[in-house]
Design a protein around this ligand. Sequence first.
Ligand SMILES: Cc1cc2nc3c(=O)[nH]c(=O)nc-3n(C[C@H](O)[C@H](O)[C@H](O)COP(=O)(O)OP(=O)(O)OC[C@H]3O[C@@H](n4cnc5c(N)ncnc54)[C@H](O)[C@@H]3O)c2cc1C
Length: 298
Amino acid sequence: MEWKSIKGTLMKDVPMKRYTSMKVGGQAAFLAYPTDETDLADTLQFAGDKGIGYRFLGNGTNVIVSDKGINETLIRITKMKHTRYIKTKWGALADVSGGVSLRAFIKDTAQKGLSGLEKLYWIPGTVGGGIKMNAGSFGQSISDTLEEIRLINGKSAISTLTKDQLQFGYRKSPVHRSDCVISARFALKNRDKKEMLRDMDYVYSERKKRHPMEYPSAGSVFKSVGSEPAWKLIEKAGLKGFSLGGAQVSEKHTNFIVNLGWAKAQDIKDLIERIKKEVYEKLGVTLVEEVELWGFNG
Ligand SMILES: Cc1cc2nc3c(=O)[nH]c(=O)nc-3n(C[C@H](O)[C@H](O)[C@H](O)COP(=O)(O)OP(=O)(O)OC[C@H]3O[C@@H](n4cnc5c(N)ncnc54)[C@H](O)[C@@H]3O)c2cc1C
């Protein structure tokens, strides 16, 4: 597939610090914005023809890219936007593109008085990234109201999986790295619009209180260990405020690593390793990353 055959935008040597919320990282070989499903299939073929790997990038709020970058084609479907509602007796089925911002989508559902996602309000990712991570907050997960997803794989084959074919877990989904969530269908129930907006205001104010929103970050770095939140373990290990280079264990929320402004990706990686080591040595617990680290091996 020729570069010029791609209808959407295709960029070369793209600095990842501009495309990730942690604001670090070297260049990605290519970054593509397909305009529709045919273009997405062509982009996948382009990546295959280049003989390099590809990945899907949403809003880059859960990934940390290494300083040396990644020799891969990153594909963002954030220009392939649609949201459609099919009314039912109890509410609606909402069909939404994987590239739509979760925040915008949830706001829209609240305007329509359709409930089921409001506790995820203000998670800064896309619908597709949220499904891949099975994002959640305040006891609600994106998979709770999911009815089906449409996927495209590296061979450009499209499939639809219904909820009984999908096994989600805590921050775990059945979506493979090679598959893109093109769109999703949620079953949302009727609820009073004012009550929904009130809950969303509460969620936002709690997040503002608890999260260091004033610094670049990738959200929670580690998964909870059983019922023990990772922030408690990190705090118990005495690491609150601990820093390496420009990366710091947030004073406000110890499961966040913040970029003080001059962090290298390697500072963040080193801090992650240091936290794991200290928590293991002091508390005998192995922490597992929730964030994805791209391009650090080899
Ligand atoms: C301030 C802050 C607060 C956060 N709070 C929360 C929270 O409360 N709860 C929570 O769960 N997370 C939270 N996060 C983490 C993050 O926002 C979520 O994991 C989010 O779902 C990631 O979405 P994204 O679009 O940014 O995905 P990206 O970071 O771009 O990608 C994450 C993964 O999803 C894959 N992916 C992206 N798009 C697609 C697609 N269309 N199809 C298939 N795979 C895809 C990527 O390849 C990658 O594997 C927070 C992050 C920040 C910065």
